[in-house]
Design a protein around this ligand. Structure first.
Ligand SMILES: C[S@@+](CC[C@H](N)C(=O)[O-])C[C@H]1O[C@@H](n2cnc3c(N)ncnc32)[C@H](O)[C@@H]1O
Length: 348
């Protein structure tokens, strides 16, 4: 399957329009600061973008970022601008032809960004075998990935490696394709369905289980939407399976609890992240308006207090008294039964 996928992205498709479905395309308009960063990416790199979401969390300046399955490097070159000259971005991909485009335009981007030394490097490798690349444990603040983990043959290995490579308080922030049930073997082994990010899509509940087993105890869904299949033959083959594009953030925090517990704590956003002064969105259920005190569970507190977001919040309360489970925790299902626009039903 690796060889089929390499052939698919290396020679069968050459630009976004060559894809058979809309699975590997990103819905929605990017935020203003991202539009500016995207416009500074070389058109040939942008033309070969096959991501399904937006993998640019806030507060990246000076950080070390790893992009799993970077393709031709569109996201790497956006991240290069967000981390700045003192930050660093490493992109990993297994397909020579994809990496060659990124490598070719690396000097062009560094000159355009005005950086004296390159802050991006590309590595050829398999995301299931990241240990072969000799990255040190804890050497990344943020790991991103855009429409790739579904293509990995051993998804648990990818999540375990992400857990090892992240620094404490870091996060895996990634967009991918999920199914509302386990994809039957006959579909999963079809090279086109696999290459189009359908065959290898994880059943969302299996993903949550794998994430928790890898040590990401409280995966947070940021947004999700059903994907359009466009190609009638493919749509008929996979029916009635529903596929979703979703972005999750998984913090590496040793003290997270399996459920959201209530310690009577609250936080207020200070409005100090320049590109989002009015509201900070942690995940689909946590929208912090500047200055407004919001009750949070212990896990959400840790995601703000024990991470790079700490300077941007005021924190009220402590861990002295436990008031039981945080109201509504665990009652919400992602995807089919809810949407990004629905009212929050629970804390996580
Ligand atoms: C759908 S494309 C997304 C590329 C890129 N993230 C983007 O947004 O344009 C999938 C990419 O993942 C790479 N890929 C797939 N499986 C991989 C694996 N197991 N290890 C490394 N790269 C992989 C492919 O070579 C391809 O470049």
């Amino acid at each position: 399957m690796h060889t089929d996928v390499q052939r698919y992205y290396g020679s069968i498709i050459n630009k976004t329009e060559d894809l058979q479905t809309d699975v590997c395309t990103t819905a929605g308009a990017p935020a203003a600061h991202l539009r500016i960063a995207l416009s500074a990416v070389h058109p040939e790199v942008r033309e070969r973008y096959y991501g399904c979401g937006t993998v640019f969390p806030h507060e990246l300046r000076g950080r070390r970022v790893l992009d799993l399955g970077c393709g031709t490097g569109r996201d790497c070159f956006v991240l290069a601008q967000l981390v700045g000259a003192n930050g660093h971005v490493a992109g990993v991909d297994m397909t020579e032809e994809q990496l060659a485009v990124g490598e070719r335009y690396l000097p062009w981007h560094m000159e355009r960004f005005g950086y004296a030394a390159p802050n991006v490097e590309f590595h050829k490798g398999y995301i299931e075998r990241l240990d072969e690349l000799n990255f040190a444990a804890g050497s990344f603040d943020v790991i991103v990935s855009n429409c790739v983990i579904n293509l990995a043959l051993d998804k648990a290995a990818v999540l375990n490696a992400a857990q090892r490579l992240l620094a404490n308080g870091g996060e895996l922030y990634f967009s991918d394709i999920y199914a509302d049930r386990r994809v039957p073997r006959a579909l999963a082994s079809d090279p086109v369905l696999y290459g189009e990010c359908l065959g290898g899509a994880l059943y969302w509940h299996d993903f949550l289980t794998l994430g928790k087993r890898a040590g990401f105890l409280d995966p947070r869904l940021i947004d999700d939407h059903p994907v359009g299949l466009r190609n009638d033959a493919i749509a008929a083959r996979v029916a009635p399976i529903q596929f979703y594009s979703a972005t999750y953030r998984l913090f590496k925090l040793a003290e997270l609890e399996p459920a959201c517990e209530d310690y009577g704590q609250a936080v207020a956003y200070l409005g100090t992240i320049p590109e989002t002064p009015a509201v900070f969105q942690l995940d689909r259920h946590h929208r912090f308006e500047r200055g407004k005190l919001i009750p949070v569970c212990g896990n959400t507190w840790r995601m703000l207090f024990d991470t790079r977001f700490r300077p941007h919040f005021s924190f009220h309360g402590d861990w002295d008294t436990h008031y039981g489970i945080f109201a509504g925790c665990g009652t919400d299902l992602p995807f089919a039964t809810s949407s990004s626009t629905s009212a929050p039903a629970s804390c996580c």
